[in-house]
Write a protein that binds this ligand. Structure first.
Ligand code: F6R
Length: 261
């Protein structure tokens, strides 16, 4: 796994946005896997800037989001539908019909999960998946002990994740849904490229386990060690528990010109 340590979340997010922009310029019909939460916000701001001031054209792109809460309608301000509208979609030119987010209001959740998997497959698979990581190592909402081969399905959020996310729900954990629909770990692993972002000391332990620990369902992000091209882009505080951080810096600083982002 390539690990890129940057001084600030903003600097890390510029790298993530450049990786996405480079892909879209090379392949205008790229299929992007998108995340929500606080981590990708600066990446989305940079993508919006690239679109608005540097002509980045997203009109042929297709997107698939990782997850959605069960029971929150799209118009609920904390739904991931609303999040994506507010923080990316309404500022760029991705056609609405080509943006996909699981339907957490579906009457038949297993059917919805199978439909979502079919839609990803029908679009030709995901070219680049953007990921955050939970403080417990979850990716998407694949909580610890999730099958590392799992597909899109319903999951029960852990108490810790609901606590972490209560900040978006007026600090009230009781308002945080208990369930979500999430792409599986196996679904994520099929993405042709993966960019995992993590910022802050709160993520340092999860990042160290994901990058340097054993591959284990106890830290679902650790399966990314088996992904051929996964990149982890983090800020200084998120890097503090990594044993080989000096080596990662040395690799990044000495990249051949053609490999630079
Ligand atoms: C969001 C998602 C989650 C978040 C993770 C980190 O779509 O899939 O895995 O990336 O919970 O959340 P933040 O970024 O809010 O710390």
């Amino acid at each position: 796994m390539e690990i890129i340590i940057q001084p600030t979340p903003e600097a890390a997010s510029v790298i993530a946005a450049r990786l996405i922009a480079r892909l879209v310029r090379e392949k205008p019909t790229a299929v992007l896997g998108l995340a929500t939460g606080s981590t990708p916000l600066a990446t989305y701001r940079e993508l919006i800037r690239l679109h608005q001031t540097e002509g980045l054209d997203l009109s042929a792109v297709t997107t698939f989001n990782l997850d959605e809460y069960v029971g929150l309608p799209p118009e609920h301000p904390q739904s991931y539908h609303a999040f994506m509208q507010e923080n990316l979609f309404r500022h760029v030119n991705i056609p609405a019909a080509r943006t996909h987010i699981p339907n957490g209001m579906a009457k038949d959740i297993p059917w919805e999960c199978a439909r979502y998997e079919d839609a990803i497959r029908g679009a030709g698979g995901i070219d680049l998946q953007l990921l955050g990581i939970g403080s417990d190592g979850h990716i998407g909402f694949n909580e610890p002990t999730s099958s590392l081969a799992s597909r899109t399905r319903i999951k029960t959020l852990t108490e810790r994740t609901r606590q972490d996310n209560a900040r978006f729900f007026d600090g009230d954990i009781a308002q945080v849904p208990m369930h979500c629909v999430t792409m599986g770990v196996g679904t994520i692993m099929e993405s042709r490229a993966v960019v995992l972002l993590a910022f802050g000391e709160n993520k340092a332990h999860a990042i160290a386990e994901a990058c340097e620990g054993p591959i284990t369902a106890m830290n679902p992000a650790s399966i990314l060690q088996m992904h051929p091209t996964a990149k982890t882009v983090i800020d200084e505080p998120a890097s503090t528990a990594l044993r080989k951080r000096d080596y990662y810096r040395y690799v990044f600083d000495n990249k051949p010109q053609w490999q630079r982002v």
